[in-house]
Design a protein around this ligand. Structure first.
Ligand code: 4AD
Ligand code: MG
Length: 447
C-alpha cells in the first residue's frame, strides 16, 4: 500500500501515490465517473473514481456508498487549480477503495435543519465543515493565549474547581456536596491567582468556569473557559497595556494561522486586521453620556434595530448599551472606572473618588460584547475587610485572602478573558452555542 498521509500535506505529494483515511462527505457521479468528497480531519479532497481504473465491484461499491461511511482510499495526487476542497487545488485519481464501515442513513442532510435539531445531534453536527473550522480556530486561539503568556513572563499555576466560597457574587454559584459540606464550582480562579503572584510574580490560570446564571442570551454559557492572568506590582494603566498587546496577538496569530477556516466561515477579516494597539479607552462616566446622547437622538443598534435606552449613572450596561458603545470604535474599547457598587468586592476604589473603582471591561467590536473583565485589586487589609463586610461576606472564609494584604502587599491587577466570546467574535458567530464542542446552557445539558 502507498504511504498514508493526511490531506493537509497533500501539496507535498503531487504526482505520487498516497493513501487517505477518512469519511465520505458528499458524492456525485455521472456515467463512468464517481466524485467522492472525503474528509480526514485535516482537510477535504475530491477523489475521482474512473470506471476503467478500478474493478467493476469497486466501482459499484462506490456508487452505492452512503455519506459518512468510513473508508481507506488510494490513488495518485493531481494538482488542479479548480479542484474544490480544503486546502483545494488537488484531486485524487483513485485506484483502490476499502470501505471500513458502510454508514447507516445519516440524520443530518444537506437540507436546512433547525437549531434545536442540530444541537440535539451535536455529536454528529461537529463533523460538519463549519463546526470543524470553528473548533480549529478555537484551538488556535487557546494556543495563542498560552504562547503569549508563557513568552511574557507568566507562570501557569492551576487553581481549584471545587471551592468553599464565592468570588464573583453568590447568585451564580453551582452548589455541590463535598462529603457533607457545601462546595461550589469555581466562578473564577482569581483569588487563588492573587496568592500565586507572591510566589511567581506573574501568573495565570486557564480552565473551565461555572456560572449558574439564569440568562438565556447569545453570549452566556453555564460552563465556559476563562484565562485569568494576574500581575504583581501592576496598576490599572499598565494592565490595559498588557491586555491590548495580548488580545492583538491572539487576533493576528489566528488570522495568520487559520485563514482557510475563517474563509470557510465567510468571516470578513478586514475587521480583524485592524486589531492592533492602542485600543481606545473611555470612562464609565463618558460611556453613560454617550449612551444618553444616543438615546435622546433615537439611535438604534444592530442586528434588530433595537433602540438604545437611556440610563442613569450607577447602573450596569445592557446588551444594547454595550453594542452602541462598541459600535463607535473600530477596535475593542476599554470602559474603565465603573461604579464600585456594580462590581465585585475586591476592586480597588479610586483614591479621592471611592464611588468608582479601578476596573476596566473590554468590549469587542461589531456587537460581540464584553470579552474581558479586569481590575486593580484592593491592596490594603482594612479597606478589603470593610468591603467584605459591606458585601455581607463571612470574614472567616476570606481570612486567607486578607492575609495576602498583610505580608508584603503590593498593588496588583489582573483580568479574565472569556474564550467562547473571543471565539464568537473572531469567527463572526451570532451565537455562543457553536463556540464550544458541548455547550452547557440554561436549557441544555446534553449530549
Ligand atoms: O467579568 P468576569 O465575571 O470577571 C471575572 O470573573 C474576574 N474574576 C476575572 C479576573 O479579573 N480574573 O468574567 C470575565 C470574562 C467576561 O468578560 C466574559 O468574556 C467571560 O468571562 N464570561 C462569560 N462567558 C460566557 N458565558 C458566561 N456566562 C460568562 N461570564 C463571563
Ligand atoms: Mg464582567
Amino acid at each position: 500500500m502507498s504511504p498514508i498521509i493526511r490531506i493537509d500535506k497533500i501539496a507535498d505529494h503531487v504526482g505520487q501515490e498516497v493513501t487517505l483515511q477518512g469519511w465520505l462527505q458528499l458524492k456525485t457521479g455521472k456515467g463512468k465517473l464517481q466524485f467522492l468528497r472525503v474528509r480526514d480531519g485535516s482537510g477535504v479532497i475530491q477523489a475521482v473514481i474512473f470506471k476503467g481504473n478500478v474493478s467493476e465491484e469497486m466501482f459499484e461499491a462506490a456508487k452505492r456508498l452512503p455519506i459518512e461511511s468510513s473508508l481507506v482510499i488510494s490513488g495518485t495526487v493531481r494538482a488542479d487549480e479548480r479542484a474544490p476542497g480544503i486546502p483545494g487545488g488537488f484531486e485524487l485519481d483513485v485506484n483502490a477503495l476499502e470501505v471500513v464501515q458502510e454508514s447507516a442513513e445519516y440524520p443530518i442532510g444537506l437540507k436546512e435543519h433547525g437549531v434545536e435539531f442540530l444541537m440535539d445531534h451535536r455529536h454528529l453536527w461537529l463533523r460538519s465543515n463549519r463546526q470543524w473550522a470553528i473548533m480549529r480556530v478555537r484551538a488556535t486561539i487557546v494556543k495563542a493565549i498560552r504562547d503569549w503568556l508563557d513568552n511574557n513572563g507568566f507562570t501557569l499555576v492551576d487553581t481549584p474547581i471545587l471551592t468553599p466560597s464565592a468570588a464573583e457574587g453568590t447568585t451564580t454559584l453551582f452548589k455541590t456536596d463535598f462529603h457533607g459540606e457545601d462546595a461550589f464550582l469555581a466562578q473564577t480562579g482569581q483569588l487563588y491567582n492573587e496568592v500565586n503572584i507572591f510566589s511567581v510574580g506573574r501568573t495565570y490560570c486557564f480552565g473551565p468556569t461555572f456560572r449558574a446564571e439564569k440568562s438565556k442570551t447569545r453570549r452566556h454559557l453555564q460552563e465556559f473557559w476563562m484565562v485569568e492572568p494576574e500581575i504583581a506590582f501592576c496598576k490599572l494603566e499598565e494592565l490595559l497595556e498588557i491586555e491590548e498587546q495580548f488580545v492583538s496577538y491572539i487576533v493576528q496569530t489566528t488570522l495568520h494561522e487559520r485563514a482557510a477556516e475563517l474563509k470557510l466561515l465567510e468571516r470578513d477579516t478586514s475587521f480583524l486586521e485592524r486589531i492592533v494597539p492602542p485600543f481606545p479607552r473611555i470612562s464609565y462616566d463618558e460611556a453613560v453620556e454617550m449612551i444618553n446622547r444616543a438615546a435622546a437622538a433615537g439611535a438604534t443598534v444592530p442586528p434588530n434595530d433595537e433602540p438604545v435606552p437611556a440610563m442613569e449613572w450607577g447602573g450596569d450596561f445592557g446588551a444594547p448599551h454595550e453594542t452602541y458603545i462598541a459600535g463607535q470604535f473600530d477596535r475593542p474599547v476599554f470602559v474603565h472606572h465603573y461604579p464600585t457598587a456594580v462590581k465585585a468586592f475586591y476592586m480597588e476604589p479610586e483614591p479621592g473618588r471611592p464611588e468608582v473603582c479601578r476596573s476596566a471591561d473590554l468590549l469587542a467590536p461589531e456587537g460581540y460584547g464584553e470579552i474581558i473583565g479586569g481590575s486593580e485589586r484592593m491592596s490594603d487589609p482594612d479597606v478589603l475587610l470593610a468591603a467584605i463586610d459591606r458585601h455581607g461576606l463571612p470574614r472567616e472564609a476570606y481570612e486567607w485572602y486578607v492575609d495576602l494584604r498583610r505580608y508584603g502587599s503590593t498593588p496588583h491587577s489582573g483580568f479574565g478573558l472569556g474564550v467562547e466570546r473571543t471565539v464568537a467574535w473572531i469567527c463572526g458567530l451570532d451565537h455562543i452555542r457553536e463556540t464550544i464542542a458541548f455547550p452547557r446552557m440554561l436549557n441544555r445539558l446534553r449530549p
